[in-house]
Write a protein that binds this ligand. Sequence first.
Ligand code: SRM
Ligand code: SF4
Length: 566
Amino acid sequence: MTKQHKNFPQPQEWKSSEVEHIKINSNFLRGTIEESLKDSITGALRPDDAQLLKFHGSYQQTDRDYDDERKQQKLEPLYSFLIRVRVPAGVTTSEQWVALDDLSIKYGNNTMKLTTRQAFQLHGVIKSNFRSTIQGMNAVLLDSIATAGDVNRNVMSTSNESLSPVVGEVAEFASRISNHLLPKTNAYHEIWLNKELLKNGEVEEEPIYGKTYLPRKFKVAIAVPPYNDIDVYSNDIGLIAIVDKGQLQGYNVLVGGGLGKTYGVQETYPRLGDLIGYVSKNNALQVVEEIVKVQRDYGNRENRKLSRLKYTVDRMGVEGFVNVLEDRLGFELEASKPFEFTSNGDVFGWKKAASGRWFLGLYIEHGRVKNTDSYQLKTALRELADLHICDFRLTGNQGLVLGNITEANKVVVQALFEKYKLIDAAKISGIRRHAIACVALNTCVMAFAESERYLPSLVVKVEALLDKYGLREDEILIRMTGCPNGCGRPFLGEIGLVGRASLGASFAGDRLNTLYKEMLSEIEILENLDPLFAQYSKERQKSEKFGDFIVRKNIVAPQKNIFILK
Ligand code: SRM
Ligand code: SF4
């Protein structure tokens, strides 16, 4: 069929949103960040620079616990910056861990946050320490380029090599995608690393993005079945590794996943990626790049609430999107290959990889690496990093895997684990093991409720209910966020809490949950869960997961599973 006869959408003309103007006038993401940094009158950057700063991997924030008090005292808010470190596939060395730990002590709030996208966040860095922090990261070959902003973000992939012999190769590909899609501007190096300015006459170009970059943030993740531990369906591009006889062959390709929605704006919604076909591993990078470019050319540049790839795909129609993509590629995607996911949480405990090295999946409550009076987690991990006997791999669920450990060093790691009485995931409840909470208060500017600081105490109460019905060991996905942006992927929780309670997502992460009840207090959450757990314990089928049970019993109407084009 020729182009004329196919459903072949054309790009639209958009009226540019304010952010589009900021990008185009920024001289490839420089803006006046340099001047903003020099201004010692305020702890903040100029508004346009704060917007551009995201492309450099940082968000301007205030300590929201003190906002009201400061306002009453007629003081400006306590400004500081979150710096997000790029870690494709979540893999870092001991040396890098040591450096970040030092930076968090010297310039941050003495915590490190392991995010739901396998990145590190340092919170609480003030303006005058910004450059030193980035330079400290650079000294150990880490950067924060493009961990935020309208570009491709940290690329995720399963990081626990004991799960499959292809994890290493897939992680390398994640790193290749991340590097390939980095903005090419020299701005980051000039501003933060005091690198040479471009000489007069030297022309800067963004061959993939162009001057206005993408219409909105963009996310890529790769899963290695049967583990969907990076929630592949919630990404703009999801790749599912297809393995035959232990060899990586290529990837099934998903497009148009994304979870954010805005309450009150009907046109916004969470969406799972559509399966559009299969590509061999040799052609996969080209497919990724072309999907990015279709979004660059077709995405909504007028209304940022509707500019993610998921809305572009729905506007063009999946078939129309794929027609444009294949036309640009010059070849067609093959029919997708069979695969099966069985879980989307982390795998904990010791496991040996095909290489003979050991990997230890550790439980880190909501990804916050910190010390408390009774639990010296940060000190323990620092002591381990100082030994340089393992690498540190962040998971997509705010967890950590200690990796590449020799037989001899396994004993050393285990001894340290015991010395600091680190939590053994096997000894905590199934629901706690997989609970995810986004950061929310006190740093997130978007939060209208607690999440990370509250979920642990709620889980204690939910555990008491589960105990009543003998369900303590059952792995149930509970996820909470402080707003509907979806950073803790709550719409993929078997129990999702975002002010409202939603139920019935699948344990494998391929079905969204459905709104169950709105505006529940803690007591109401528990009162609602109690009879559901009772019923589940009595009436579930063999190995039936909680989310599937809720749907089978028509407690909520099921969301449709993913759409398969070919
Ligand atoms: Fe997120 C914005 C934290 C993963 C959807 N997210 C934010 C900001 C930066 C708030 C802001 O714009 O000022 C939050 C900073 C809070 C803080 O103080 O740290 C924030 N998001 C996070 C992290 C740290 C949550 C965590 O507890 O781990 C995660 C960092 C990931 C990373 O390393 O890059 C994080 N955010 C996600 C995810 C999950 C994922 O990617 O797997 C989502 C849902 C998937 C998606 O993108 O659709 C997500 N964050 C959003 C959105 C909604 C986007 C949308 O399409 O509507 C926003 C708001 C926005 O972009 O306007 C947002
Ligand atoms: Fe902030 Fe909302 Fe994301 Fe939570 S879900 S970190 S409250 S933007």
